[in-house]
Design a protein around this ligand. Structure first.
Ligand SMILES: [Zn+2]
Length: 376
């Protein structure tokens, strides 16, 4: 269960007064740093006490918060966990997922019990770098300077920009200029770092599933090392990670596997149908793997019932089919959206009488009050 503001508030209210005051003093003296979260339910930080460093941890479980701490205090929450709770009350959004350096080096056993093991806390920065915070116009110039001054390294795992791309707040990647710089950087790596760095590419995609990595998978797929890479991907998919699995991350890995080993991926997609309504993501992966026929067959067979998904499916079919084969989907879309816009581009392919009849039926629907949806 995720952390909720009211849960934190309740836990703070229940702290004994003296413990709460020590926690406040810690924060006022800026003794709390290296904020870190694991998924949505585990939050931890480093607390520099008067004699030592401690690592309190809060786990959210069914509206209850459970505190633990490396001080092994008999009473929980201890003063360090109290400081963590007080900080979460104010700064929960400053807790970011595992940074690249730690995710890259942590052994799988550590990922299973991260709060019971020796963790290299120095790999979590005192304060998150600016690219982990949401996009702002003011910081764009700083980011671009950083992207431009860095030269590309032959190994992805040693490239100074890899952490930036992996950790960047997803809102940065909605900026076309930033996205274009990523594409350039990725393509310069295409011939340099593959396949030796395949695992690092997987980690990059896991941490940042919205990055377009199909070109990387296509190069691997065409190479002699493809079977080894399929093995690496499968073991990556099933091992524990310090960056928690989400539906988006799992679907991204399945899409990569579809490019590398489509038949095997096909079996796995059936286990995750709830993560891919309408099979649209699987179809996209087939298409990116150069198998438009499979992509089309997959969604053409069972168009989704949900109107929004059905529209998404039709738009894909229109883009992937030959113009004349896409006509039935354009007409259906025109009918469903109550607008002629989807059929305008193929008007020259439609019999004039059929066109007039379609136009008058849609106009009749519009008059009857059906909502027009003119999106392309
Ligand atoms: Zn403690």
């Amino acid at each position: 269960m995720a952390l909720h503001a009211t849960c934190i508030q309740n836990a703070v209210d229940q702290l004994p007064t003296n413990i709460r005051q020590v926690g406040r003093d810690y924060l006022a003296q800026e003794r709390l740093a290296r904020r870190w979260r694991l998924g949505d339910a585990d939050y931890a930080a480093e607390l520099r006490g008067y004699a030592d460093r401690y690592h309190p941890h809060i786990h959210a479980h069914e509206a209850q918060l459970v505190a633990t701490c490396t001080c092994e205090g008999k009473r929980m929450p201890c003063r360090h966990a109290a400081a963590l709770l007080l900080d979460l009350e104010q700064n929960a959004e400053m807790y970011y997922e595992t940074p690249w350096a730690l995710a890259q080096t942590a052994p799988p056993m550590l990922a299973r019990w991260p709060f019971d093991q020796e963790l290299n806390w120095d790999l979590i920065p005192d304060l998150p770098p600016f690219w982990r915070e949401p996009f702002s116009d003011g910081a764009l110039h700083r980011l671009q300077q950083r992207l431009q001054t860095s030269s590309i390294r032959s190994r992805l795992s040693r490239d100074p920009l890899a952490p930036l791309w992996a950790e960047m707040h997803a809102s940065w990647l909605e900026q076309p200029a930033v996205r274009a710089q990523f594409d350039l950087w990725r393509d310069r790596h295409l011939t340099k770092s593959l396949p030796d760095d395949f695992e690092a590419w997987l980690m990059l995609h896991w941490m940042q599933p919205c990055l377009p990595l199909a070109p990387i998978m296509n190069v691997v797929s065409a190479g002699a090392n493809n079977p080894a890479c399929v093995d690496a991907l499968l073991s990556f998919l099933w091992r524990p990670h310090l960056v928690h699995p989400t539906g988006e991350r799992l679907v991204t890995m399945l899409a990569d596997l579809t490019i590398l080993q489509p038949d095997l991926a096909n079996v796995l997609w059936t286990r995750y149908t709830d993560l891919d309504p309408g099979s649209l993501r699987q179809a996209d992966a087939w298409y990116q793997a150069g198998r438009a026929d499979r992509a089309i067959a997959l969604i053409d067979r069972h168009l989704p019932d949900d109107p929004k998904l059905r529209r998404e499916a039709r738009l894909r079919l229109i883009a992937w089919l030959a113009p004349e084969d896409g006509i039935p989907h354009r007409i259906a879309l025109a009918w469903e959206s109550c607008s002629l816009t989807p059929v305008e581009p193929v008007r020259h392919l439609i019999d004039p009488k059929a066109w007039d009849s379609l136009k008058s039926s849609i106009q009749a629907r519009q008059k009857s009050g059906a909502v027009t949806d003119d999106r392309e």
